[in-house]
Design a protein around this ligand. Structure first.
Ligand code: PHE
Length: 358
């Protein structure tokens, strides 16, 4: 069977030397494919004597089997090396830090705005926005602040250059115009907060010409002041992360609410650090009231059918209280050392379960 030994050596070498799946397949076809050398040899069996066939048949079959298993072994080796290559190229050093260290920080105003939106979203409030450049109607008139009203002067408004018709746009002095814009476009009922920048000509330790407010408004049927009180209490408890807060509603005046109340929160300032929910001090934190019927009527909403409450508070002030920042002006100095000290990690998103604080 010298001829078979020659074939065996030839094809086993070809299979072993095959350097790709295609080369391997070519070697297989050449050996045991339909027209392969071994297949042809098998056809010759018919011409042999029965004795010759008795030995040649099994020998050819054995060679065919041997070649088939050599092909499978080589195929498996290819698969292994592909896997090894993948493992080598997709290699990952798990000892490296998961993410590069973030260089920037979130400004306390951004952080506190996120916190406020998270808490109110949980109470079913939407978020609305309005332009920072406003007209008299939205900033004053529709809010029942008539031209001769002293509040209009009190607000230290920034005026833009007059237009040809003599009217002047202003930088909004509060977020209350978003009440008007939302009611005008959406009608009743609504439940939203509106955080944003506001402008007043004022500058000292607790005032900057640009600062941030968040407006809140709920209009529906049967809304009462009790709901206003509950909403503010729930918000302040969640925001300051305390189990209880005590609020004091002080009668006040805003042209767009009736009755109006300024709200103080009980606190303790004795230890040099402010604590809420205890102590003998009161700190004013927001303005609020039941929406004035004229405001609803100005937005084409029937005040006999709908009523609600509104409130407005300073975001920067809330940030100062919560994070112990003494001077409001430092918020807007863009001092990198200050930003690194008071800034928040961009990856630390406030959630109600994970904690609202930074
Ligand atoms: N807009 C008022 C202010 O800037 C706050 C306020 C909002 C009061 C809504 C009552 C209702 O002082």
């Amino acid at each position: 069977m010298d001829a078979l030994d020659g074939l065996r050596a030839k094809y086993l070498t070809a299979i072993k030397d095959a350097d790709s799946e295609d080369a391997l397949e070519a070697a297989r076809v050449a050996a045991i494919g339909k027209k392969g050398e071994i297949a042809l040899k098998m056809r010759e069996l018919g011409k042999m004597t029965p004795e010759e066939r008795m030995t040649a048949g099994p020998a050819l079959n054995a060679l065919k089997d041997e070649i088939m298993s050599a092909v499978s072994a080589q195929k498996a080796a290819f698969a292994d090396s592909v896997l090894r290559e993948r493992l080598a190229s997709e290699w990952l050093d798990v000892t490296l830090p998961a993410r590069p260290k973030a260089h920037g920080t979130l400004h306390p105003v951004s952080q506190v705005s996120e916190e406020i939106m998270t808490i109110f979203a949980d109470m079913g409030f939407d978020v609305r926005e309005g332009p920072q450049i406003e007209d008299d109607w939205h900033n004053f008139d529709a809010l029942n602040i008539v031209p001769e009203h002293p509040a209009r002067a009190e607000m230290d408004t920034f005026y833009m250059a007059p237009k040809e018709d003599g009217t002047r746009h202003i930088l909004r002095t509060h977020t209350s115009p978003v009440q008007i814009r939302t009611l005008e476009t959406e009608g009743a009922p609504v439940r939203f907060i509106a955080p944003g920048r506001v402008y007043r000509s004022d500058y000292d330790q607790t005032h900057t010409p640009m600062f941030h407010q968040v407006e809140g408004m709920v209009i529906d049927r049967d809304i009462t002041m009790a709901q206003l009180k509950w909403t503010l209490e729930e918000f302040l408890k969640a925001f300051f992360e305390v189990d209880k807060v005590e609020l004091r509603f002080r009668a006040s005046h805003f042209p767009f609410t009736e009755p109006s109340a300024e709200v103080d929160i009980r606190c303790d300032r004795s230890g040099g650090q402010i604590k809420f929910g205890e102590g003998n001090d009161w700190l004013e934190i927001l303005g609020s009231g039941m929406v004035h019927p004229k405001v609803l009527a100005n937005c084409k909403i029937d005040p006999n059918e709908w009523q609600g409450f509104a409130f407005g508070m300073g975001i920067d002030r809330l940030a100062m209280l919560k994070y112990g920042i003494a001077d409001l002006r430092s918020f807007f100095d863009s001092d990198l050392r200050w930003l690194r000290h008071y800034g928040f990690s961009a990856l630390q998103v406030p959630t109600l379960h994970g904690g609202i604080g930074g």
